[in-house]
Design a protein around this ligand. Structure first.
Ligand code: AHR
Length: 604
C-alpha cells in the first residue's frame, strides 16, 4: 500500500478526541485507583456484614450499631476482651483480597471509643506467612464518651505477594473483661500528587501515561441507581469522609464515596484532563421521574453546579471552599443522564432533557451539554444548537471494523461523542475476557474512522477503565491489578489508547492511496511541528506500507504487534508498544505491518 500525505486541505480535529470514562465498578475506585486499602472500612451499604475483618489474639469482634461513629457512619466494630487476657489483642482488616504492601510510607487512621490510655500497635503482616513488614506504635488516650480519631505514618518493607493484612492491636490486660470500639479505619500508600484522600500513585501513574484528554464520570450505570434513592448523590460524596454514608451501588457492592465529587475534580486537574460531569436526569432502574416530579432533582443538579462553579460567597461555593477548594472548578462539559434510550428511559427523555437543558443553559451558557443517547426517537427534536449526542458501542471485532465509515456521511452540524466503546466478546458465558490483539486492532480501525471525522466526533472514551482481578463484573477493561507487586497489567487496548492519544495533530490531512481501505486503514494529521500517520492492519497477512510525507526527514515509529489472539494476561505482559527511530528517504518511510499490527509514525 502506498500513501501520499497531503500538506493541507483537511478538516480540523477536536483537541479532546481521546479521553476516558470512569465509574465505580470492578472495585476500580474503592480498592482500586482510590488510595484507601482497607475494605468495608466504615461498614457502609447493606451487604458486607463483617467482610474483611478478623479478630487478632484472644478477642471477639462484631459490628455494633449501638455505637455509630457519626450520623453517616452508622456503626462501629466492637472488640471484646475476655477476663484474664494479658497479651496484645485487636483485629485485622484483609483489604480487597489482601493489602498491597510496598517499600513505602503508609498513612493510617482510625476512630476509637472506650477508656484506654496506652499503646496501639499497627502492623502490616503476611496473612499466612506471619512476616511483619511494618510495625508501628502510637500512644493514644481514648475516652468512653465519644469517638476520637487517631492517625499515624510509618514505613514498610515490601511483601513478595498480596497475601497481607493490616492489624490493629492494643494492650489486652488494660481492657480485660471489657471492650473498645473502633470505626472508619483507613490505610493509604503514597498518593498521586501527594493528595490527602488521594489516588493510589502507582495505579494513577499508569493512567497518566495514556495522555487522555478528558474524564467522563461518575457513570455509567452507577450514576443512575437501582432506585431513585440509591442514585449517585453528589452531596453525600463531599466533605469529611466520616460524613459520607456511602451507598449500595449499581455494580453489586457498596461504594464508600471516599472518591467523591471533589476527588474526581482533583484527579482531572492533576492529570490535566478536562472533566465531563454526568448529572442525574430522572432515570434509575426502578423508577423514572419526569415533569413536576423531576423539578426537585433539577434543583439538586443546579446546587451541584453551584458547588462546582460558584464563587465562594454563594451558598454552595462556600461549602466547597470549606471542603478545601476556594477557587471554582473548571467544568465546561455536562452530560444529562446515561443511556436514556435504555431501561424505559426513551419516552420521557426528550422532556427530561429539555427541562434540565433549560435550567443549566440559562444559568451557565458556556457549558456544552451532552445528550445521553444517539437514538433520534429518544432525543428532543430539534436538539438545541451545540448539543453533543453520546453513543456507546461495545462490539465484537468485525462489527467495529464494519463501522469504520460510520461518520463519513454524517451532517457536519451535529457533533457526537463516543462516551463508551470497547471490543467485547459477548458470546463468552459471563461476557468477560481479556483484550487481545485483533480486538484492539478493531478498536484502532474504528478510532481511525473517528479521527478522520474528528471535526464532528468531538470526544471518545474507551470504557470501562479498570478492574481489580479479584472483583470482575465487567471485562475487558483498559488495565487491571490486584494486591500483589507488579500486578498492574495494561491490556493491548491500553497501548492503542496511549499510541493514539499521544500521536495526534490538530488538522486531519488528505491522503492519496494506491488502494482502498481494508485490510490497511490509515489517518494522517499534523501540528505546526510534526506530521502523524496512524496505521492498522486488520487482516491475517503482512502488509508493506510506504508513506510519503512532504518536507519531513526523520522521527519515530510506534508499533504494537503480536499474534491474532495474543493478550496481556494478568501478571503476564507479553505485548507492549515498541518505539524505533525512523529515517525518511526523501520523505518516504516504509513500514512493515505484521498481521493485526497497529502503528503510529511521528515525523518532522
Ligand atoms: O461501561 C459499563 C457500562 O456499560 C456502563 O455502566 C453503562 O453506561 C454501559 O451500559
Amino acid at each position: 500500500v502506498s500513501l501520499a500525505v497531503g500538506k493541507d486541505g483537511g478538516n480540523k480535529s477536536s483537541p479532546l478526541l481521546y479521553g476516558m470514562m470512569f465509574e465505580e465498578m470492578n472495585h476500580s475506585g474503592d480498592g482500586g485507583i482510590h488510595g484507601q486499602l482497607l475494605q468495608n472500612n466504615g461498614f457502609q451499604g447493606s451487604t458486607l456484614g463483617m467482610t474483611s475483618y478478623a479478630p487478632v489474639g484472644d478477642a471477639k469482634i462484631s459490628q455494633d450499631i449501638s455505637k455509630p461513629v457519626s450520623a453517616a457512619i452508622k456503626s462501629s466494630l466492637i472488640v471484646s476482651v475476655p477476663e484474664g487476657v494479658s497479651d496484645y489483642v485487636g483485629f485485622a482488616n484483609t483489604g480487597y483480597n489482601g493489602v498491597p504492601v510496598m517499600n513505602a510510607t503508609y498513612n493510617t487512621s482510625f476512630w476509637m471509643m472506650g477508656d484506654y490510655s496506652g499503646i496501639i500497635n499497627i502492623q502490616l503482616i503476611g496473612s499466612h506467612s506471619g512476616i511483619v513488614y511494618a510495625d508501628h506504635n502510637l500512644t493514644v488516650k481514648s475516652t468512653a464518651s465519644n469517638f476520637t480519631q487517631f492517625s499515624a505514618s510509618f514505613n514498610s518493607t515490601e511483601s513478595p505477594d498480596g497475601d497481607n493484612e493490616w492489624h490493629l492491636t492494643f494492650d489486652g490486660s488494660k481492657v480485660a473483661g471489657s471492650s473498645l470500639n473502633f470505626g472508619y479505619v483507613q490505610l493509604f500508600p503514597p498518593t498521586y500528587h501527594n493528595r490527602e484522600n488521594g489516588l493510589r500513585k502507582d495505579i494513577a501513574t499508569v493512567l497518566e501515561e495514556v495522555n487522555s484528554t478528558f474524564l467522563r464520570f461518575p457513570g455509567g450505570n452507577n450514576l443512575e441507581g437501582l432506585q431513585v434513592d440509591s442514585r449517585w448523590k453528589w452531596n453525600t460524596t463531599i466533605g469529611p469522609l466520616v460524613d459520607r454514608p456511602g451507598r449500595d451501588s449499581d455494580w453489586f457492592y457498596p461504594n464508600t464515596d471516599a472518591l467523591g465529587l471533589d476527588e474526581y475534580l482533583w484527579w482531572c486537574e492533576d492529570m490535566k484532563m478536562t472533566p465531563l460531569l454526568a448529572v442525574w436526569a430522572g432515570k434509575s432502574y426502578g423508577d423514572i421521574l419526569s415533569g413536576p416530579d423531576l423539578e426537585p432533582y433539577i434543583d439538586d443538579v443546579m446546587n451541584e453546579l453551584e458547588y462546582i462553579l460558584g464563587n465562594s460567597t454563594t451558598p454552595q461555593g462556600k461549602i466547597r471552599a470549606q471542603n478545601g477548594r476556594k477557587d471554582p472548578w473548571k467544568v465546561d462539559y455536562v452530560e444529562i443522564g446515561n443511556e436514556d434510550d435504555l431501561t424505559r428511559g426513551c419516552a420521557t427523555y426528550p422532556d427530561r432533557f429539555n427541562q434540565i437543558y433549560k435550567a443549566i443553559h440559562d444559568k451557565y451558557p458556556h457549558i456544552t451539554l451532552i445528550a445521553s443517547n444517539g437514538d433520534y426517537n429518544c432525543l428532543l427534536s430539534p436538539l438545541p444548537e451545540g448539543v453533543i449526542i453520546d453513543l456507546h458501542l461495545y462490539r465484537q471485532p468485525d462489527d467495529f471494523v464494519a463501522l469504520f465509515n460510520q461518520f463519513d456521511n454524517q451532517p457536519r452540524n451535529q457533533s457526537v461523542m463516543i462516551g463508551e466503546y470497547g471490543c467485547r466478546n459477548t458470546t463468552d458465558a459471563k461476557g468477560t475476557y481479556w483484550s487481545f490483539l485483533q480486538g484492539s486492532c478493531s478498536e484502532a480501525v474504528y478510532m481511525i474512522g473517528m479521527e478522520r471525522n474528528s471535526d464532528i466526533v468531538k470526544m471518545a472514551a474507551y470504557a470501562p477503565m479498570l478492574e481489580h482481578f479479584g472483583f470482575i463484573s465487567w471485562s475487558p477493561t483498559l488495565y487491571g491489578f490486584d494486591s500483589s507487586p507488579g500486578s498492574i497489567t495494561p491490556s493491548t487496548s491500553y497501548f492503542v489508547q496511549q499510541m493514539f492519544a499521544s500521536n495526534k495533530g490538530d488538522t486531519i490531512l488528505p491522503v492519496k492511496s494506491s488502494s482502498a481501505f481494508g485490510p490497511v486503514y490509515w489517518v494522517a494529521s499534523r501540528t505546526d511541528a510534526q506530521y502523524f500517520v496512524k496505521l492498522a492492519n486488520y487482516g491475517p497477512d503482512e502488509q508493506n506500507v510506504t508513506v510519503s510525507i512532504p518536507d519531513t526527514h526523520s522521527g519515530r515509529l510506534e508499533m504494537l504487534a503480536g499474534t491474532q489472539f495474543q493478550a496481556n494476561q494478568p501478571h503476564n505482559v507479553t505485548i507492549r508498544t515498541v518505539t524505533s527511530n525512523v529515517q525518511g528517504d526523501g520523505g518516504k518511510y516504509t513500514v512493515t505491518m505484521t498481521p493485526w499490527a497497529i502503528a503510529a509514525l511521528a515525523v518532522s
